[in-house]
Design a protein around this ligand. Structure first.
Ligand SMILES: Nc1ncnc2c1ncn2[C@@H]1O[C@H](COP(=O)(O)OP(=O)(O)OP(=O)(O)O)[C@@H](O)[C@H]1O
Ligand SMILES: [Mg+2]
Length: 318
């Protein structure tokens, strides 16, 4: 459905996203995690073609249904087949138009009559735990809470049943029970219409619940990707291991987090970008750039330790 090859993105000529490659199949849900500033939103915005004036794709390709989205003539795909929920949902709603009109605008080419459209919108909003849909539809975004606007944005992204939904933190403003409902609605959309979804979230619980595949980003690189179970139970990149240990749990322990911070974008890094913060790094990690390497079925990681461990393991069983 979507194949990204060696994507490089910069803002004002400062490299941000580096050499990201990934594939998403029909009906698959990929969850992207990583600390703040790791380039998750930038990646989604590039797929959607909305990087803004200072953003630029330096090289790479984004192929959707065999068409290269980076070519001007394929821009019309966006409204029909791909939709996006932006991280600050309220900012992306039209402030001077009531919600129902915003829905009707994106449904203007659909063949249902007005009454049917209204019914479909209400049903979708209800499934997103917005029971007072009639009031919401008559409101302007500023009259609604952040959590409601977030779900309205999700509804706008879902209503035309696109082939691919890009969801940037779609549950961040919601309390846990509503989060669960929204995740359920997205899963139903996938189950019923084979929709593919790329979801970015800081909430590992949400990702663990919804994703089939988890991708981990660090300093603009995709450092590990694989089936959900593999990533959660057998992470191979030291960054993923430390990130998972930083997730708060219910036993009251306060996780330590990862010491240090992401390097400054644009700085020269010869080896692994996680070198300074990694608790098992060695000199070779400082001087050798790790590349995304297969460590198991569908599981890839860019960590010298992981790939060497694998060589030893494979050596033993051969
Ligand atoms: N329009 C822009 N112009 C210049 N730099 C930008 C722009 N947008 C993002 N950046 C920079 O690119 C880097 C990656 O940002 P991005 O928003 O993609 O990260 P993120 O992983 O989505 O973070 P968060 O989890 O906080 O949403 C950051 O250093 C950010 O400051
Ligand atoms: Mg972001």
């Amino acid at each position: 459905m979507l194949t990204i090859n060696n994507l490089n993105i910069s803002y004002d000529n400062i490299p941000i996203v580096r050499d990201v490659s990934l594939t998403i199949n029909k009906g698959e849900i990929i969850g992207i995690v990583g600390e703040s500033g790791s380039g998750k939103s930038t990646l989604l915005r590039a797929i959607m073609g909305v990087l803004g004036d200072d953003g630029k794709i330096d090289n790479g390709s984004i192929i959707f249904d065999e068409k290269d989205l980076l070519k001007k003539e394929n821009k019309n795909i966006y409204s029909k087949d791909i939709s996006m929920v932006f991280q600050q949902a309220t900012l992306y709603l039209d402030p001077i138009t009531i919600i129902e009109k915003q829905f009707l605008e994106i449904m203007k080419n659909n063949k249902e009559n007005k009454k049917e459209k209204h019914k479909n919108i209400v049903n979708l909003l209800n499934s997103l735990h917005l029971e007072d849909a009639e009031r919401i539809l008559k409101s302007y975004p500023f009259e609604l809470s952040g959590g409601i606007n977030q779900r309205v944005s999700l509804g706008l992204a879902m209503i035309n049943k696109p082939k691919l939904i890009l969801a940037d933190e779609p549950t961040s403003a919601l309390d846990v029970t509503v989060q669960a409902q929204v995740v359920q609605t997205l899963k139903e959309l996938r189950n019923n219409f084979n929709t593919s979804i790329i979801m970015v979230s800081h909430n590992m619980g949400v990702i663990a619940n919804i994703a089939d595949i988890i991708g981990v980003m660090y300093y603009g690189h995709l450092v590990e990707i694989g089936p959900k179970k593999e990533i959660l139970q057998n992470p191979r990149h030291q960054y993923t291991k430390q990130l998972l240990k930083s997730v708060p749990n219910l036993n009251g322990d306060i996780p330590k987090g990862i010491s240090g911070r992401i390097p400054e974008f644009g700085s020269v890094i010869e080896g692994c970008p996680f070198y300074d913060r990694c608790i098992v790094s060695e000199h070779k990690c400082k001087i050798t750039k790790p590349v995304l390497t297969k460590v198991d079925n569908g599981h890839f990681t860019s960590c010298l330790h992981a790939t060497e461990e694998n060589k030893i393991y494979l050596g033993e069983i051969l």
